[in-house]
Design a protein around this ligand. Sequence first.
Ligand SMILES: NC(=O)c1ccc[n+]([C@@H]2O[C@H](COP(=O)([O-])OP(=O)(O)OC[C@H]3O[C@@H](n4cnc5c(N)ncnc54)[C@H](O)[C@@H]3O)[C@@H](O)[C@H]2O)c1
Length: 350
Amino acid sequence: MRNKIKVGIIGLGFMGTTHFQIHQQLGKSEIIAASDVDEKKTRGDWNSVVGNIGDMDYSKPVDMSGIKTYTDGIELIANPEIELVDICVPTYLHEKFALAALRAGKHVFCEKPIGRTLKEAIRITEEAEKSKKLFSNGLCVRYWPEYRHAFELYSSGKLGRVISAVFKRVSPSIHGNAWEDWFMKEELSGSALLDLHLHDTDLVRYFFGRPVSVTSFGVKGFRSDNGIDHIVTNYDFGNDTLIMTEGGWDPAKTTPFEMSFQIVCEKGTIRFSELGYKVMYEDGKIEEPKPALDNLPTGWHVEIDYFLSSILNGTKPDKYLSTAEMRDSMAVVEAEELSIKENRSVKIEY
Ligand SMILES: NC(=O)c1ccc[n+]([C@@H]2O[C@H](COP(=O)([O-])OP(=O)(O)OC[C@H]3O[C@@H](n4cnc5c(N)ncnc54)[C@H](O)[C@@H]3O)[C@@H](O)[C@H]2O)c1
């Protein structure tokens, strides 16, 4: 059997430390390098890391022995031993490190959003398509057990035609907690529109294909410095289905994180909410599936495990997500932004 894949992680904040632990749990890779501009984190002091999902306890220092550390991610990329660069820095830095790592001949896993803008997404995916190495992007909700189960059930055709669907994601903002408060700076993060809501835009693209146009409404500048902090969108597919999303990080700090959906089809309704995951059939039967994909607890585990397996098997990682779809979802989100700005429906240019 091949040796473990040698990984270098850039960015040891919420996602970088989450990926760090997942790599260790999966056992298919070995973290040989890590980079962060904050030297404390490269020494294993992760006490300042804050996120919106999961129970993190970083009160004790993490053992970083045997891991080469860098404050400059470009130097990490130059390390010839590294095979996979895992990019977990703030969004506006994704393009810089993704292009450098691809050009250095590394496999690249880049957190979502792939870039700060559609133009950046195009440049990154085009570089990835030219590369002989593999590339993926952390649109992790496609891999999340309940969403995955619903996708497979819906795509099987067993429930018939979709009548309506609503996807929702709301969370308090992590204002004041992340590195230099970068999430609250629209230019750096794209605000809730890109950082949070993109997941559901991408799910609409994944489940139902390419929408023709979008009509969005939003709240601007309540938490961030003039970014879109709450959004609702209707996606027009040129037929009579009603497809909607809602996302935002404007609730008060103590409001629990919520991700939920309801997909109504001719023969049954699938719902995922704080009350659990259920399929309710038109004939009255109710199922409560407990999906855990390959016994992996979260979509983050599934997406990283799948990417590592793709590298080990030498197969393209496009079963769940293609580079073309990464671009599509960014195009739809930018159309949503324009719809709010100009207060009109926007046709999407793919
Ligand atoms: N897939 C998901 O569910 C999910 C969840 C949260 C965040 N994210 C994405 O992950 C990325 C990181 O978000 P986060 O929540 O971990 O943010 P964070 O602020 O917690 O962490 C960012 C880290 O990057 C470091 N950093 C900043 N500039 C750097 C540089 N030039 N070189 C090296 N390190 C640098 C910071 O010190 C910090 O430790 C973002 O793009 C975000 O959108 C994805």
